[in-house]
Design a protein around this ligand. Structure first.
Ligand code: ZN
Length: 151
């Protein structure tokens, strides 16, 4: 069981800037048994219980988030490396990329033609979006469960 002091020492707070240009604070707290509790002050996180900032921090994309502080980067790396949260962040990142690619392919292939081959292609693209959306949803649930564990 960790004391309040241990928890305070193991918490790392990072001020990040998202691609939308807004500043947010991501907090990484190490818990018992190698668990990590991670949260962010952005509105998306408050609503969805995960966000791009948290995924990027766990995937160690700190420079892209405007974190030049080497000491903070080292502290985060130490806290994150080898945890289930790190694995789930990478899994969610891959699922997000696959979902975005499937959506883009659907948009590019979008046609109102009623010819059989075009309709068949649209069906395939729509199924790809549905599969990627389901995989992304599952990955998000697993990720939220992992970073929301009691510290
Ligand atoms: Zn956020």
């Amino acid at each position: 069981m960790l004391t309040r002091n241990d928890l305070a020492r193991d918490a790392v707070a990072l001020d990040v800037t998202g691609i939308e240009g807004h500043a947010h604070r991501v907090r990484v707290t190490r818990g018992a048994g190698g668990s990590l509790r991670v949260d962010c002050t952005c509105a998306f996180f408050q609503r969805e219980r995960w966000c791009r900032h948290v995924v990027d921090v766990l995937c160690m994309r700190l420079r892209a988030l405007g974190v030049p502080d080497e000491e903070a980067a080292f502290a985060v790396e130490e806290a994150v490396m080898g945890t289930a949260a790190e694995d789930q962040a990478h899994a969610l990142d891959r699922a997000l990329i696959a979902y975005e690619r499937a959506l883009a392919a659907f948009e590019e292939g979008r046609s109102t033609s009623l010819s059989a081959d075009v309709v068949e292609t649209m069906g395939t693209l729509a199924r790809d979006v549905a599969d990627a959306a389901a995989a992304f949803g599952d990955a998000a649930i697993r990720f939220k469960r992992t970073i929301g564990e009691a510290a």
